[in-house]
Write a protein that binds this ligand. Sequence first.
Ligand code: ZN
Length: 340
Amino acid sequence: MNSIRAAFTDIPASGAVQEVADGVLWLRMPLPFALDHINLYLVDDGDGWVAIDSGLVGESTREHWRRVIDQSLDGRPLKALLVTHYHPDHLGSAGWLCEAFGIPLWITAPEYQAAEFLLCERSETVRATQCAYYRSLGMSAEQLDTVRAQLQRMASAYDPLPPLGQVLDAGDELHLGGRHWQVRLATGHSPAHAVLYSPELGVMLAGDQVLPRISSNVGIYPERLDTDPLGHWLESLERLQQWPDDTLVLPAHNEPFYGLHRRLQELRDDHAGKLKQLESFCLEPRTVMELVPLLYPRPLGGMDLMLAAGECLAHLEYLVQRNGLVRETDAEGIWHFCVL
Ligand SMILES: [Zn+2]
């Protein structure tokens, strides 16, 4: 098993491109968060380019796209936008990009549906359902206020969704610029995240499925109907093992790298460690919000708190479904987890 090593010494400046494989460009875009960038990619398709992910909503992303299209694509147009999954840094600008350049959106159906759900979040019923869910985790009134504000902001993290163009599905093969790209779906970080692999190039477009230095969030959220995302995530990691260890992995965050199998093992080990910790914390009944500071001992606010709670719950439910823990609901509807 190879160790993990960066594939390139240089990182392109924001809004600049760098060729990372024959006919594949790496485009770095800024993000206004602690995670301050996203990697987008462009795949040569002969008379134009297929963009992989759109970047976050907003003027800064648009400016970068306009400059790249004007200066870095040999005068050839964008032909399509392929979005790996529905999270706003990947899909947020899709509405603008598809409309401004007259291109279709390629995405899996469950990812499109998840975004549609988030965007109709302004409905009071939906918001009440979401708040009831977070209350059952044991959130305080103050934490629920933070979550409410966060959910409201989420709806504005997207341009209006473009129409669904090509629906991607497991087992599809795309032919781009004379090369084959196998489409596989991964579940856990999002409902049906598309991962692409080109055997000719030995290149994988990994989205958020395999990141070299950070672990992708795997959580249970009210906009998703998956009650065992961690189980599905671990199965997805197993399936990615089928691709060669010397694959050049092009992730959506951090930098392109080699060492696919080692990284898959590290990700599995990280979740196994969290499961062990939770079992030891649950010797007496605990709510999710009591467990979050034990599992993530650092200050968490807003979005981070929601993500931590969702991920903690995903690990707890994984154990419940495999008879490691029991979940009980008290008179106020709050869940408590305890070892059997
Ligand atoms: Zn994501």
